[in-house]
Write a protein that binds this ligand. Sequence first.
Ligand code: GDP
Ligand code: MG
Length: 441
Amino acid sequence: LSDRLTSVFSSLRSKGRLSDADIDATCREIRIALLEADVALPVVKEFVARVKERARGVEVSQALNPAQQVVKIVNDELIEVLGGETRRLRYAKTPPTVIMLAGLQGSGKTTLAGKLAKWLRDQGHAPLLVACDLQRPNAVQQLAVMAERAGVAVYAPEPGNGVGDPVAVARQSLDHARRQQHDVVVVDTAGRLGIDQELMKQAADIRDAVTPDEVLFVLDAMIGQDAVSTARAFMDGVGFDGVVLTKLDGDARGGAALSVRHVTGRPIMFASTGEKLEDFDAFHPDRMAGRILDMGDILTLIEQAQKTFDEQEAAKMAGKLVSGDGFTLEDFLEQMMMVRRMGPIKNLLGMMPGMGQMRDQLNQVDDRDLDRIAAIIRSMTPGERQEPKIINGSRRARIAKGSGVTVTEVNNLVVRFFEAQKMMKRMTQGMGIPGMPGGRK
Ligand code: GDP
Ligand code: MG
């Protein structure tokens, strides 16, 4: 797959501009890539449509070729859809915070309960695991083992004492948590093999009994195309606030993440990557995007290209700064624009010998200022930009009128430019770089 994408992109590489046909061709491949990653078809369609729209509105960049630009758009869009930043757990104002786990049987709820408990404990909480899966014979025992490994307490029905009512157990666990000073309660529930109305109702009853702060839907990433129907069923039957994706250590490409996010709008909060308690982390949309697209190499290339471009541009600017040669109003504008784009480089300039003054000069310019300066310079003729000395009184009046500013502002700009030009010359002479002409005149 990665190979195929690479070949499409390299065939696009030679063209200067991205046409609709190019975008369509690329998007056909993206579509296949997403389907191969098990993203549900309707989700793929909508996603690709959005990417196309975005790609059409984008100016051709100087740093990246059109093909790379499309990949970048696809990747950015994926990260955005997958959730941008990770959402954190919401804790109750009055403890205990109640977290309820729901999901199909075998999706990894009980394992997750242990992982969450350890993770919470590491953060200084005192979690309590509650066994509400009374369906499977050894489910309670399994949770107790998890709790022991995580070094946390477990609440389970005592054998022969009201066994069989998970709703009652859930309710009682809250009192127990308050008495024992547990600030977070994690409720493990019975899974279901398929979508089973009775079990779904049980989950809803447990939810009503404990009014959870977070219901987490636990989803096996290997479920692939079934992710959408499963997520919908749980959304309708129980409702949930966040998603945990499990078994990401397997070879599932993770399309389920995109499908579920898209269909339910709920954030993916955690990722499980193994059977051990440590195999657990916050969900990272950027990593998942990379995994779904499966084109890490191309993304690395894009990053590299962008970086090289930035460096070249910086070098170009430094060259002009150092030589002071042929320094025109256009260079002046370009320089200020570049500084605006680069932001922190202003501070770097200050650290370079002889550049402090330059930085002060640049710091006097804020963004709105810059727009006005740009407007003024664009109202000049090419001759005036190259040879600002010819800008006399009547030219200044014309420029002011053309750019909608006062003559004083035009005067200020011209004065400022001459100062900058003088400074360039001084700097150049001061540095005494051999072979560099000191100034134009
Ligand atoms: P539950 O039925 O939803 O409670 O699921 P379990 O927690 O009992 O997990 C079902 C099986 O999947 C067990 O064998 C777990 O060890 C395994 N499992 C759970 N999470 C992961 C994971 O992230 N990666 C892998 N490889 N196995 C997992
Ligand atoms: Mg279980």
